[in-house]
Design a protein around this ligand. Structure first.
Ligand SMILES: Cc1cc2nc3c(=O)[nH]c(=O)nc-3n(C[C@H](O)[C@H](O)[C@H](O)COP(=O)(O)OP(=O)(O)OC[C@H]3O[C@@H](n4cnc5c(N)ncnc54)[C@H](O)[C@@H]3O)c2cc1C
Length: 196
């Protein structure tokens, strides 16, 4: 049985999960993102994702995946069957064995099963979170459709994922954190990508 330790476990690799994974890994947290590739994005064509213009949903996902890969996110094509609390954080069960992480971000779209079995509080049918996306279970976050009633959009899910990761990063750094880059940073980022 394999047990892999990481900083952040992200369950779900749609816009919410990939966004959380990107922000976390880009800012120094080792991140594993599990996905079964059943994102609704495969059925969508985006005209309303600000800054993108018009793009097929699957093509958008391809770009998003290569963007997270370029920062070193470990994307794992596996179904997470359970997430449980441990003394050090969380354990995500997969067919390849469990993965351990200090934080977990649930990004399984409208599927709330893992949030329920982990013991997260609900408000009616929705997982209860505030703007940080943290659930009632400390260091466990919920994002995307599971926290919203029908008001589902890709750009909102991506924002939820970013908010969750920034809250994790704020905890890690001990002060409120934002991920701002300026044009001069681009050369350094591209150089670090080409080294990998
Ligand atoms: C027909 C249609 C058209 C749409 N058109 C638009 C549009 O024009 N504009 C727009 O903004 N939005 C549109 N949407 C909505 C948009 O696709 C969703 O808002 C968006 O995909 C939600 O992102 P998410 O990351 O929250 O969840 P999802 O995209 O659903 O991603 C969840 C991911 O988690 C994975 N997963 C689930 N459970 C597990 C598990 N246990 N282990 C591992 N992986 C798991 C799934 O396989 C999936 O890949 C459309 C949706 C549909 C159905």
């Amino acid at each position: 049985m394999k047990e892999t330790d990481t900083d952040v476990l992200v369950v779900g690799g749609g816009p919410a999960g990939l966004s959380a994974a990107l922000f976390a890994q880009k800012n120094g947290l080792e991140t594993v993102c599990f996905d079964t590739d059943e994102t609704w994005m495969h059925k969508a064509h985006l005209f309303n994702y600000l800054g993108v213009g018009s793009v097929d949903g699957s093509a958008f996902m391809e770009t998003a995946r290569s963007q997270t890969d370029s920062f070193g996110v470990d994307r794992v094509g596996a179904d997470v069957t359970d997430v449980s609390r441990t003394d050090e954080g969380f354990l995500a069960e997969t067919e390849d064995g469990p993965y351990a992480g200090r934080y977990v971000v649930l990004a399984t779209g409208a599927n709330r099963d893992l949030a329920e079995s982990l013991g997260c509080a609900f408000d009616g049918d929705l997982v209860d979170v505030d703007v940080t996306m943290e659930t009632s279970v400390e260091d466990a976050y919920a994002t995307g459709a599971m926290v919203r009633n029908e008001e589902w959009q890709a750009i909102i899910s991506a924002g939820d994922g970013a908010a969750a990761a920034l809250n994790v990063l704020s905890k890690e750094k001990g002060e409120h954190f934002h991920d701002f880059d300026v044009p001069a940073d681009a050369d350094a980022v591209f150089a670090s990508m080409s080294e990998e």
